[in-house]
Structures are given as structure tokens and as C-alpha cells.
Write a protein that binds this ligand. Structure first.
Ligand SMILES: NC(=O)C1=CN([C@@H]2O[C@H](COP(=O)(O)OP(=O)(O)OC[C@H]3O[C@@H](n4cnc5c(N)ncnc54)[C@H](OP(=O)(O)O)[C@@H]3O)[C@@H](O)[C@H]2O)C=CC1
Ligand SMILES: O=C(CO)[C@H](O)[C@H](O)COP(=O)(O)O
Length: 457
């Protein structure tokens, strides 16, 4: 089997080694010649260089490949994807060739590209997760579409992906560019889980006075049980690290957090589709807030250190609250995928989606076993529901910030306790005559329901 790969950075280099190791002959190109040299040197040191051909331009790449060709792109998302596609057209790709965009592209771009390139080649989309390690040893692969070329590439993607209990974490999750939508939501969940872990650390460190190392031990203990997840494990490791002067690694790092866009797109799409994902949105805004300190508005406010209050936290309750808040992040993400799939008629298969997240990806977690059985099981977690309520209350009492924890509690409470929507409906009709819907489904005005002598002016 012969495949080509364009873009040999963090992901491309490692996926290249993975592909060759699985028996694929690889033709690889990067506009930066050092990236090709680096890949060749790694392949040599791992005894994999026989099946690798580094080319110096895309014309050479296209000539070397037998038709129908299979070409993967792992270049940064955005205009570069179109630039490479245009170059590949000039280089001679044909209608029967498949080009799979494996980067973190916006799914809207994917839909447009499918149309734009329909008479030039098969344009397919696939989100990949797992960072460098995942790409090298088995990533999660969220593919989509039904282009002709998929039958050719699917069998070896199935082998290259991570596997969980013998099942591959490659799947074509739905139609059109839904693979990129699913990867985008994967990242939205990733943001929420990362921020949630950071908030639990914050509560334990500044709310109870524990050191980063002590927090690491607690996370490590949790990781031995059902809460085991990739993000919890790396957080535990990070918090355990100190320099030679015993200064915790985390204290050597600035608080401003960057982002490349997928979390923001998740929030934007959820808002546009009218699907509530408050924990995911809160995590995006939490990153924004870490950058607020430099703004003029922030400088005009007083940011003197404010006193915070110490609290007594029951670690079992904290673990239960963390469990439920984590599950709620997946639940919100899956609800978003389900809603978008319905709107766009993508026919996304949620069980296939979860299958891709079981191993290899950043949001892999042992408790996905339960999520995979159906998200409704969350409603049965009474002990965890009580814990999330109590811990959120205690956390807020410290005076510290807990955007994802509190949003998770708010999300669950909103869905499971009496609503106040009736008052907001009434307010809208009171001032704007927008109408209200009654319990019987009738749409009318307040004045049809009660007598109002005079309105407040
Ligand atoms: N890093 C991660 O953990 C993950 C990244 N992704 C996504 O995968 C994609 C690649 O990411 P990553 O590997 O981290 O990015 P990198 O920036 O590390 O690598 C991209 C490579 O593509 C090269 N490149 C840029 N333009 C062209 C071009 N026109 N022709 C050929 N090569 C080109 C770059 O060269 P140069 O450096 O000279 O510009 C660079 O070597 C992105 O869409 C990213 O969002 C997905 C999952 C995880
Ligand atoms: O896709 C990924 C992991 O799944 C990439 O690492 C991505 O860059 C993470 O997003 P951000 O850079 O916005 O934190």
C-alpha cells in the first residue's frame, strides 16, 4: 500500500512513522526541507527508512504515486489547506484520487471544499486526536463522508488508529464533514475537562492549603480507580514535578493560556444551534479571562490580591463531584453533536463517535465505558449529584473562581429542578408582545390569561 503525506510537523512526522511501521510505503513532503530531513533521520534510527521517500515538491509526489492516489494533509488549518490543494491540482491529481484533510479544520471549510474540489479529486475530512504520542503509536481518528476513495484507505486507517479491547478507534462517524465537527467538539470537551481539573487543583491548593505535590497524590489515587483518564494522569504528573530548588513546575509557568480555535468554534456553533453546553463555553471563557490582566479595562480595576477563605473539603465528595462534572462535559458535547447532526442531516452515529474516543485521544477515560452505555445513566448518580451541589457551594465560599465546576452544577440543576422560564416568557410578552406558550400548548398573550388594568411604565 502506498500513501502520501503533506506536512511533517508534530503530527505529520509521528503519523508518518506510524504508517510506515504498519507496512505502508510513504511518500512524504513538507515545504520546510528540515522537516523531511528530521523525519528521515527518525525513520533511520527506528529502522523504518526503507519504506520512506521524502520528495522536494508536490509534482514529484504525484508522479511517484500510482493512481488512484491517497494523499493525507497535516498542515495547519485555514488557507494553507487550500494552498496545498491548489498545488496538488497543478501537480496533476485526478478525480479518482482521494485527499484527506487530517488537520483541525473548521467543518464549514470542509463542506465548502467538498463542493469546490468535486470535479478535481475526492476531498475527505478526518479529525485526529492524541498529540505526538497518539499520532506515533495510535491516534483516535474521526472520519466522515462517503467518497469513493474511502474503501481504499479505510482498512489501513483502521490499523494505524489506536484500538480499545480489540476494536479500532478509527470510524467514519457520519456524512459530509461531520468528522471535523466531532473533532471540534472533542476539543470543546477537552477544554472543559482540562479546566475542570485545574479548578479541582485550585480548590485543593488555595482552598485547602495543599501543595501541588499533595494534589498530584490525590489525582494519582483517583487515577487508580474508575476516574482514570489521560488528562487526569498528565495533570498528576505535571503537579508532581519540581526543579532542583524544589519549586513546583507549575509555579514557573505564567497563567495566560492560548488557544488555536476549536474550543471557540465549539462555543460559537453551540450558541448558533441553540444547544446549551455551558461547561464547554465556560472553559473557553476561562482561557479568555486568563488573558484579561493586560487590558486597559483590567488595569483600571483593582486587582490587588483579595483574601480567600479556607474550607474543609471531604475528598470522597470532591471525587464524586468531579466524576459527575466530567460526565456532564461529555453529555453536553454529545448533545451538541446530536443536534448538529439532526440539523445538517449528517447521520452521526454517537456510539461510533464514542468508540473513536475510547483510546488514543486526549479525552480518553475509563469511565467512557459507562457513557458508551447511554448518557442517561447520569440521571441515576444520586450521591454524585449531592456532592456536586455541596462542593460547588463550598468552592464558591472560598472566593476563588470555578467557572466549569459551577457551570456543570448549573447545567444539571437547570435540567433537573423547577424552571423559571415561565417568568421570562411573561416578561417578554409584557414589554414586547412576543406571546407566551401555556402548559396546554396554546400561544397567546398575558392579557388573554389574566386581566391587566394598567401596565408598569
Ligand atoms: N499538535 C497537536 O497536538 C495536534 C494538531 N492537530 C492538527 O494537525 C494539523 C498539523 O498540526 P501540527 O503537526 O501540530 O502542526 P505543525 O506546525 O507542527 O506542522 C505543520 C507542518 O506543515 C508544514 N507546512 C505548512 N505549509 C505547508 C505547505 N504549503 N506545504 C507543505 N507543508 C507545509 C509546516 O512547515 P513550516 O513549519 O515551515 O510552516 C510544518 O512542518 C493542524 O491542523 C493541527 O491543528 C490535530 C491534533 C493534535
Ligand atoms: O487538537 C488538539 C488536541 O486534541 C491540539 O493539541 C489542539 O491544538 C488543542 O487545542 P488548543 O491549541 O486550542 O488548546
Amino acid at each position: 500500500m502506498q500513501v502520501a503525506l503533506v506536512g511533517l510537523g508534530v503530527m505529520g512526522k509521528n503519523l508518518a512513522l506510524n504508517l510506515i511501521e504498519k507496512g505502508i510505503t510513504l511518500v512524504a513532503y513538507d515545504k520546510n526541507p528540515h522537516a523531511g530531513e528530521e523525519l528521515l533521520s527518525c525513520a533511520k534510527s527506528e529502522g523504518l527508512a526503507d519504506k520512506l521517500h521524502i520528495v522536494s515538491d508536490l509534482g514529484d509526489m504525484v508522479r511517484r504515486l500510482e493512481a488512484p492516489r491517497s494523499i493525507l494533509l497535516l498542515v495547519p488549518a485555514g488557507e494553507l489547506v487550500d494552498a496545498v490543494c491548489s498545488e496538488l491540482i497543478e501537480a496533476g491529481v485526478q478525480c479518482s484520487d482521494i485527499i484527506v484533510d487530517c488537520g483541525n479544520s473548521n467543518y464549514k471549510d470542509g463542506i465548502n471544499r467538498k463542493l469546490k474540489y468535486q470535479n478535481k479529486f475526492e476531498f475527505a475530512t478526518m479529525g485526529i486526536s492524541g498529540g505526538a504520542e497518539g499520532a506515533r503509536h495510535g491516534p483516535a481518528m474521526m472520519a466522515s463522508g462517503s467518497e469513493g476513495g474511502w474503501e481504499r484507505v479505510e482498512p489501513w486507517f483502521t490499523k494505524v488508529a489506536a484500538s480499545y479491547k480489540g476494536e479500532s478507534c478509527f470510524a467514519r462517524v457520519g456524512q459530509s464533514a461531520s468528522g471535523h465537527f466531532v473533532k471540534m467538539v472533542h476539543n470543546g470537551i477537552e477544554y472543559a475537562l482540562m479546566q475542570l481539573i485545574a479548578e479541582v487543583y485550585q480548590l485543593l491548593r488555595h482552598g485547602t492549603g495543599r501543595s501541588p505535590k499533595e494534589v498530584a497524590e490525590i489525582f494519582d489515587e483517583w487515577s487508580q480507580e474508575h476516574l482514570n483518564s489521560y488528562l487526569l494522569s498528565i495533570s498528576s504528573h505535571i503537579l508532581s514535578l519540581e526543579n532542583q530548588n524544589n519549586v513546583p513546575l507549575v509555579d514557573l509557568i505564567d497563567n495566560k493560556v492560548g488557544a488555536k480555535g476549536t474550543g471557540l468554534w465549539t462555543a460559537q456553533n453551540a450558541l448558533e444551534l441553540g444547544i446549551a453546553v455551558p461547561s464547554l463555553v465556560a472553559a473557553v471563557q476561562a482561557r479568555h479571562l486568563t488573558n484579561v490582566y493586560d487590558t486597559t479595562a483590567a488595569q483600571e480595576m483593582t486587582y490587588a490580591d483579595r483574601a480567600t477563605t479556607k474550607v474543609e473539603i471531604d475528598l470522597v465528595e470532591l471525587k464524586d463531584a468531579f466524576t459527575l462534572a466530567s460526565l456532564l462535559a461529555y453529555r453536553q458535547g454529545l448533545a451538541l453533536i446530536k443536534g448538529a447532526s439532526r440539523t445538517h442531516q449528517w447521520k452521526v452515529d454517537l456510539s461510533k463517535t464514542l468508540q473513536t474516543w475510547r483510546a488514543g485521544c486526549i479525552i480518553r477515560a475509563d469511565y467512557l465505558d459507562s457513557v458508551a452505555q447511554g448518557v442517561e445513566f447520569i440521571d441515576t448518580l444520586d450521591k454524585e449529584v449531592f456532592a456536586l451541589r455541596k462542593i460547588t457551594g463550598q468552592a464558591m465560599m472560598t472566593g476563588l473562581a470555578f467557572p466549569v465546576l459551577s457551570s456543570s452544577q448549573t447545567y444539571f440543576a437547570t435540567l433537573t429542578t423547577p424552571s423559571n422560564g415561565h417568568l421570562v416568557q411573561a416578561q417578554r410578552d409584557y414589554f414586547g408582545e412576543h406571546g407566551v406558550k401555556t402548559h396546554t400548548g396554546e400561544v397567546c398573550h398575558l392579557t388573554d390569561l389574566v386581566e391587566i388594568d394598567a401596565k408598569v411604565r
